[in-house]
Write a protein that binds this ligand. Structure first.
Ligand SMILES: C[S@@+](CC[C@H](N)C(=O)[O-])C[C@H]1O[C@@H](n2cnc3c(N)ncnc32)[C@H](O)[C@@H]1O
Length: 230
């Protein structure tokens, strides 16, 4: 199994050292943000590097990746793709303050996140990273409650759920149709149904890999789906 170059792991460590955790604390938590990052920053780096090692063995050099919702958790993967595989990366995240914090920590390094809608990405990709986006409780509270088994049948709002589901399906479609087959989708286990539903509706073959991998911030396990392979 290939592993990240030492140069890459060193730059990842430097970037984690340079991040403004005070600012990130206010973005990620209503209170207790500094304690949250004190606890999470090291697992975020180490689990991120372990996951980047896994991804390194699934992508080809010189391809193109689309990252939706790329933030601190994605730093190891983004560096791996840029430095070890020399791939083209388009990374997006609507949390403006997080994008500013990551871009500031990456000044002078080949990593930039855009604080705009990922649907505006141009061209085609052979890798889509979409992790903990389609089940985000902030954006989709009802879908998220159902996905994580937290929905209360007494108070659950089916009409709001239906609207969220329609929006998620349209958003997933907008991202997935940018893929040139065969392609890899990196996503959380909870988001698998959105990806496989799109494949089924478009008669595209897929294979969900059996293994999944831990993450340190949202803590959704990540898995890989190979789509459009013969
Ligand atoms: C719950 S966070 C997950 C972030 C990260 N993947 C992680 O696991 O820590 C979801 C992120 O998706 C971003 N997002 C949602 N819709 C987006 C869109 N249309 N374009 C770009 N980013 C989007 C949000 O801004 C948010 O930062």
């Amino acid at each position: 199994m290939k592993r990240l170059q030492t140069k890459t792991t060193r730059l990842i460590a430097q970037t984690f050292e340079r991040l403004d955790y005070q600012k990130l604390g206010t973005i990620y938590c209503d209170e207790g943000g500094e304690a949250f990052w004190e606890d999470r920053r090291e697992p975020c780096r180490t689990l991120g590097i372990a996951l980047a090692d896994v991804l390194l063995n699934r992508l080809q050099p010189d391809g193109r990746s689309l990252y939706v919702g790329a933030g601190v958790a994605e730093i190891p993967m983004l560096f791996m793709e840029a430095l070890d595989l020399e791939r083209h990366i388009d990374a997006f995240n609507l949390r403006i303050a997080e994008v500013a914090a990551v871009n500031q920590a990456c000044k002078g390094l080949p990593l930039r996140i855009s604080a705009i809608d990922a649907r505006s990405a141009r061209g085609s990709y052979d890798h889509l990273w979409i992790v903990s986006v389609l089940n985000d409780p902030e954006q989709y509270p009802n879908v998220s409650a159902l996905s994580y088994g937290r929905a209360n049948p007494v108070t659950f709002n089916p009409n709001a759920f239906l609207e969220e589901r329609t929006n998620i399906m349209a958003f997933a479609e907008a991202c997935l149709k940018k893929l040139a087959m065969p392609a890899l989708v990196s996503t959380s286990v909870e988001e698998i149904p959105w990806i496989t539903d799109w494949c089924d509706r478009n008669r595209i073959q897929y294979r969900v890999e059996e293994d999944d991998y831990p993450t340190a911030i949202v803590e959704d396990p990540v898995c890989f789906i190979r789509i459009g392979e013969k």
